[in-house]
Design a protein around this ligand. Structure first.
Ligand code: B12
Ligand code: SF4
Length: 442
């Protein structure tokens, strides 16, 4: 079959800084199955996007997306359906996983794939009739236990240079400002995924579409991918965009030892997100020996009461220890917070601000608590009757209003007026000198 894969524009105000790994994995499966695959990356090729010829006529258009890309996905599905009337439009990614009904009802999307896409896409693209048979349906994920099975993303189909020169992590200190790298000498870097899923259940997070079971790729498998990226693209720095890369001490140490023994990738630096309830000094030492330059934490609050409400499953003592380790071993620190959780008060906000001051940390971002569809927080609003998931007109308006989580309050979960929550956010940014001061367009 002829297949056109689309990556819509995201975060217009910043340079394209994050390779769409999910779409890359889907491209690989489709190529392996013998399909003809063309990629259009609207995020990377912002000015010079090259459209396939009108007569390319793909059997399938596959679009990836996260929740804030709803409008773009809707527009692109219409555009390609008008251009190629017989094509079947398949949507995947967190957007299609969290609001499949809305996409099927309000847009030209024909099929939604929920969760991990590799196994399902393989099944439904056996031939055009099989694909057509699934029109107007949502297909649920089948989680693959052994994710080493998935071959690496098809990097060669994407405009890699755009992503490589705009790092998502450590080096890009202006990421919440204008998103433009401040220094031409930044290391060539790329984001990859070392594990999938997350065993935790924080109320604001949309994670379980990739399964509650955390699955890590083998150390050798990850190192093989880093080798390829160094050989083919001269990559010097890797940022793991996993939800929870450093969530098993044993597995991370294993990865670090093997990477350290590998003479070709030993010099590649890297960073990742961590869990403060897992990290310890022994683990950090192994990480540093294998090139780790930073562990980022979504701390979310400096109030134990709020952390409990968020179901973070961490203690402030664990945060203190994790931060002390960061300060002792790393030049780069990255912590984010959330304002306006259920239960937030003047007292808990002050606890968060005091925590930052006491620990001498400057948050990279302070977000508003936002009910993204599919999160426990969103589900609780549905259960309480505050949101009607099947009122598609309302849902569409709601989803279209979602943008930068650090710049707009979408829902007030507190017992205080909106203005109070806005003031908390401003005060928190001001008193801690947090990075995300600017307001951007979506
Ligand atoms: C990298 C990343 C980004 C990147 C962009 C991602 C991109 N696509 O280019 C950047 C940094 C820009 C970003 C920004 C934001 N992000 Co983000 N981000 C991630 C992150 C950490 C990794 C994504 C990833 O690569 N995953 C790994 C790959 C393998 O998984 P995948 O993409 O889901 O792909 C698989 C399936 O979904 C499916 N699939 C995917 N595409 C397709 C396409 C087809 C055709 C098919 C069939 C299948 C398919 O198959 C793939 C392989 O199994 C995820 C968390 C996570 N771990 O997934 C959050 C996540 C996607 N982000 C999220 C959010 C909320 C945001 C923000 C809104 C937060 C904010 N700060 O404001 C902003 C966007 C702001 C804006 N202005 O729009 C949420 C999305 C929730 C939702 N319902 O959509 C997530 C899930 C985090 C979370 N756990 O809550 N993000
Ligand atoms: S915030 Fe992190 S630890 Fe919590 S559920 Fe999401 S991915 Fe897991």
């Amino acid at each position: 079959m002829k297949i056109l894969l689309i990556n819509p524009l995201v975060r217009e105000w910043a340079q394209p800084n994050c390779f769409p790994s999910g779409l890359g994995y889907i491209a690989t499966v489709l190529l392996q199955e013998g399909h003809d695959v063309v990629v259009m990356d609207f995020n990377a090729d912002r000015e010079n996007i090259i459209y396939p010829p009108l007569n390319y006529n793909p059997d399938m258009v596959g679009i990836t997306g996260i929740i804030t890309q709803y409008k773009a996905v809707k527009r692109l599905a219409k555009l390609f359906k008008e251009r190629y009337p017989t094509t079947i439009v398949v949507a995947g990614g967190p957007l299609a996983s969290s609001i499949p009904q809305l996409l099927l009802n309000k847009t030209y999307v024909d099929i939604c794939i929920e969760g991990e896409g590799e196994n399902i896409i393989k099944e439904i693209t056996k031939d055009f009739n099989t694909l057509k048979d699934h029109k107007d349906t949502t297909l649920e994920y089948k989680i693959e236990k052994n994710i080493n099975k998935f071959d690496f993303p098809s990097y060669n189909l994407f405009p890699m240079e755009k992503y490589i020169i705009n790092p998502i992590a450590a080096d890009n200190i202006r990421k919440w400002d204008d998103g433009i790298p401040y220094d031409k000498k930044l290391r060539r870097s790329l984001n990859i995924i070392g594990s999938r899923g997350c065993p935790y259940n924080c109320i604001y997070c949309y994670h379980n579409y990739m399964g509650q079971g955390w699955r890590m790729r083998s150390a050798n498998n990850i190192i093989e991918e880093i080798t390829l990226l160094k050989e083919n693209y001269g990559i010097e720095y890797i940022h793991f965009t996993d939800d929870a890369f450093a969530s098993s001490k044993k597995k991370i140490i294993e990865f670090c030892i093997i990477k350290n023994e590998d003479s070709f990738t030993r010099d590649i630096k890297w960073s990742c997100a961590g869990r403060a309830n897992v990290v310890d000094e022994e683990m950090i030492k192994y990480m540093i020996d294998s090139g780790c330059e930073g562990v980022c934490y979504g701390l979310e609050s400096g109030s134990q009461e709020i952390l409990n409400i968020m179901k973070k499953k961490v203690t402030l003592q664990q945060y203190e220890y994790a931060i002390q380790l960061n300060k002792k071993y790393f030049k780069y620190e990255d912590y984010s917070f959330i304002v306006g959780s259920p239960g937030e008060t003047d007292k808990t906000i002050n606890e968060s601000i005091d925590f930052c001051k006491r620990m001498d940390i400057v948050p990279t971002a302070i977000f508003y608590m936002t009910p993204y569809p599919g999160t426990p927080l969103f589900d609780s609003l549905v259960i309480n009757g505050e949101i009607d998931f099947f009122d598609y007109n309302w849902m569409e308006m709601f989803v279209e209003s979602l943008g930068e989580q650090g710049e707009q309050m979408i829902w007030n979960f507190t017992n205080y007026d909106n203005n109070v929550v806005l003031d908390w956010h401003n005060k928190f940014i001001k008193e801690t000198n947090a990075w995300n001061k600017k307001k951007h367009k979506k």
